[in-house]
Design a protein around this ligand. Structure first.
Ligand code: ADP
Length: 443
């Protein structure tokens, strides 16, 4: 496949497209994973802040009396609270309640603002925010001058008499989440080229595997074209020279002789084309097989009798061996079955040296009829055994040419066996002989 430019290019293209499409899918999946992780993180944080803010809101609101005034009871609830006019950088709250303690944890902060947005009191480390945000926004992401981000919730507070008091803001640093997402982003970005590399290799290999059967049939087609051309060339060349000879012929007997040659070559060509058409049609199921109950015992018996003369001419012994205990009946087209077994027996006769034995065996199992044609002839090399069923394929063309075959006999036998839902196999050893086995489903 490597030496063929077209296949090589197609393989590269296939591998390239496959790698691009898979990389795109990977990329989309990566972005999806990133989005889900970041959404989940934000959602968890939102829930936490919302719960905390809700609890504080419900605890604090009954204690608020004057709008914008921090009452002493509020300081009791939140012992770590630092008023705007106090200097309380290191407040310690040993006896603080749970809600207050949360703000001592790194990253959380709380603050109270009046209605105009002025800070009244704070707890926890406050972010150094670049931009001032309107406290009315429920959720805010604050960008700090150091590059850190904070997620913040703002709730409107009312006095116990229902007047607007100001705002409660609770926030948390996004530093931890951001660094986690940064690592994830980095992994995805670095992972993508690495995955692309692996994908490229895998795609190249997969494209090769996928194209192998196409390449095989392409090779078969090439072989078929060259074999067919080779097969047609000889009779056409003979016809051409005979026509030229005829033009120069001086008497009628010579002309008649030449015409005979042309006729013979023409018959040969017609048979070739007919056989080829037969194989094509039977493979494409364009020939309807006339399925009728057939007795294989009768069919093979008749055939052996009929071919006995040919065997005698080839100075080989042809014997019939019926191993099946009862009549073997199948559903089939008698004419085609006849042709299939004839091809095998005539081949065996052709490829068995004088004095050799050929056995035509009929056997059957529970489900199948088994026909075997066994010879002790020249045999077929293992490398050739898979190819002899190809159209026009002949082992050692020169020797085969002497037999007169065009290399279509086994292709026809195989096509007929398959049209009968059967199979054909060969077992052979060079110099020792061959056994062709046909299996056909019983009626
Ligand atoms: P052909 O008409 O040339 O015999 P086939 O398709 O029948 O063509 O056979 C293909 C090739 O298989 C032949 O060229 C021959 O070399 C080989 N072959 C078939 N049958 C036998 C056999 N019984 N013994 C040895 N070689 C065989």
């Amino acid at each position: 496949m490597h030496s063929n430019k077209l296949f090589n290019r197609t393989r590269w293209q296939l591998a390239g497209w496959y790698a691009i499409v898979t990389a795109m899918l990977f990329g989309i999946c990566g972005v999806g994973v990133y989005q889900v992780v970041s959404y989940t993180q934000r959602y968890i944080l939102q829930q936490k802040l919302q719960d905390l803010a809700g609890t504080l809101h419900d605890t604090i609101e009954p204690e608020l009396q004057q709008p914008g005034q921090i009452s002493s009871s509020l300081k009791t609830i939140l012992p770590g609270l630092c008023l705007w006019n106090e200097n309380c950088h290191s407040s310690s709250n040993d006896g603080a309640r749970h809600t207050a303690r949360v703000f001592q944890q790194e990253g959380y902060y709380l603050r109270f603002l009046d209605e105009s947005g002025r800070v009244l009191a704070t707890s926890g480390e406050q972010p150094n925010v670049l931009k001032r945000f309107a406290p009315r926004e429920f959720w805010q992401v604050l960008n700090c001058s150091k590059g850190d981000r904070f997620y913040q919730i703002s709730l409107l507070l009312r006095t116990n008499s229902g007047l607007p008091w100001g705002y409660l803001q609770i926030g948390r640093s996004l530093k931890e989440w951001d660094s986690y997402l940064n690592i994830l982003r980095l992994l995805l970005f670095l992972g993508l080229p690495f995955a692309m590399l692996l994908l490229g290799g895998a795609s190249w290999w997969l494209a090769g595997v996928a194209m192998q059967p196409i390449y095989q049939s392409y090779r078969q087609m090439q072989q078929f074209t060259s074999d067919a051309a080779h097969e047609l060339r000889t009779p056409l060349a003979v016809i051409q020279t005979t026509v030229e000879d005829t033009r120069l012929a001086e008497d009628l007997p010579e002309v008649n002789q030449n015409l005979d040659i042309i006729e013979r070559q023409n018959i040969r060509l017609s048979r070739l084309v007919k056989d080829l058409l037969f194989i094509c049609r039977i493979e494409q199921q364009q020939i309807s097989t006339q399925l009728q109950p057939c007795s294989l015992n009768d069919l093979i018996g008749d055939l052996v009798e009929e071919l006995a003369g040919l065997a005698m001419m080839g100075e080989v012994h042809l014997k019939l061996e019926i191993r099946a205990s009862q009549a073997t009946m199948i559903l089939g087209d008698e004419v085609q079955l006849y042709r299939m077994v004839t091809n095998l027996i005539t081949n065996a006769i052709h490829y068995t040296p004088p004095g050799g034995l050929i056995l035509a065996i009929l056997d059957c199992t529970d489900k199948e009829a088994v026909i075997q044609v066994q010879d002790r002839g020249v045999g077929i090399a293992p490398a050739e055994q898979t190819r002899i069923f190809d159209r026009f394929y002949r082992v050692q063309s020169d020797r085969s040419r002497a037999t007169g075959g065009a290399g279509l006999g086994l292709s026809i036998a195989s096509a007929i066996a398959h049209a009968h839902q059967g199979s054909i196999q060969v077992e052979s050893e060079l110099g020792k002989g061959s056994t062709f086995t046909i299996r056909l489903p019983l009626k």
